[in-house]
Design a protein. Structure first.
Length: 291
């Protein structure tokens, strides 16, 4: 499998010279399976450039793919109206959401293209777009297997584990928005997140864990209950789950490249103190990982 990051930023796009290296586009991850199936995780603004690349690569042939939504917050859906392949007749995309968010996902994707907020309606998308729920929290294709888990995030969100078919060790975990610290009061009426133990088991032994590491410790204390994690909590989780590589993800919009470099350095020092072999990188637009 091959992973490519098209959007690494959380919450709000933050383009500009100070965020050039890690990127300013919001969440979008492209995955190519062993059979070259196209899986896309989230449709933040990064999906716009992915769409242009897909069209260049297809050279007129139909484009098919599956788009998995962790949840329907703006930074995970706002690129879809700019995903050019969705406007082209003959292309085919299945949009997957959790059963609990399924009803709202279809509604929200339409509403973000309603005339009050957007000039072009959802029905202008000429590709075949089918919104479906991940029944049984699982989707298996010819060469891959996707499992999901409910994580802690306002309104509910999914984490994903993607494995090469029949090779559970060749896998990565993608949890873009998740508050690992369980100590804040959960709001009523939300999907119950998995326990810490279940989450660790879900990620156990993955080659790559891509996880929300939005905050420093100080920032986290000011944003408890907002649904995101500190880099320290992400590292503790990665160590507990015994993954090989942690990819810091969902960067805070105000975090400049140099500040992210410093955060990464602190992460390396923390792992060195613990004596672990965990590798840590920060997600950057254009970065590719092979699994
Ligand atoms: Zn987000
Ligand atoms: Zn969110």
């Amino acid at each position: 499998m091959r992973l490519r990051f098209w959007g690494t930023r959380g919450s709000c796009p933050s383009p500009g010279p100070s965020t050039n290296r890690y990127g300013g586009n919001t969440t979008c991850l492209e995955v190519r399976t062993d059979d070259d199936d196209l899986l896309i995780f989230d449709a933040g603004t990064g999906i716009r450039e992915l769409g242009l690349a897909l069209i260049r690569g297809a050279d007129g042939s139909p484009i098919r793919g599956e788009i998995f939504f962790s949840h329907a917050h703006w930074d995970h859906i706002q690129g879809l109206p700019f995903f050019t392949p969705a406007f082209q007749h003959g292309n085919d995309f299945t949009l997957w959401g959790s059963p609990t968010l399924f009803g709202s996902l279809g509604v929200v994707l339409r509403q973000q293209m309603s005339p009050v907020v957007f000039p072009v309606g959802f029905d202008a998308l000429r590709a075949r777009l089918e919104v479906r729920a991940l029944e049984g929290q699982r989707r298996s294709g010819s060469g891959y297997d996707v499992r999901t888990i409910d994580v802690r995030h306002p309104g509910g969100a999914l984490g994903f584990r993607v494995s090469a078919a029949g090779q559970p060790g060749r896998s990565f975990v993608f949890i873009p928005d998740n508050e690992l610290d369980p100590s804040f009061d959960e709001r009523d009426g939300q999907p119950r997140p998995a326990s810490r133990e279940a989450l660790v088991e879900f990620a156990r032994g993955a080659q790559v864990l891509i996880h929300d590491a939005m905050y420093t410790g100080t920032e986290y204390m000011e944003h408890r209950g907002w649904g995101h994690s500190s880099y320290r909590d992400a590292i503790e989780f990665a160590l507990a789950a015994d993954v090989q590589t942690l990819v810091l993800f969902h960067h805070e919009p105000d975090r400049e490249d140099t500040a992210l470099d410093s955060m990464l350095q602190l992460c390396h020092e923390m792992v060195a103190e613990r004596g672990g072999s965990l590798e840590i990188v920060a997600a950057a637009e254009g970065m590719e990982i092979g699994i």
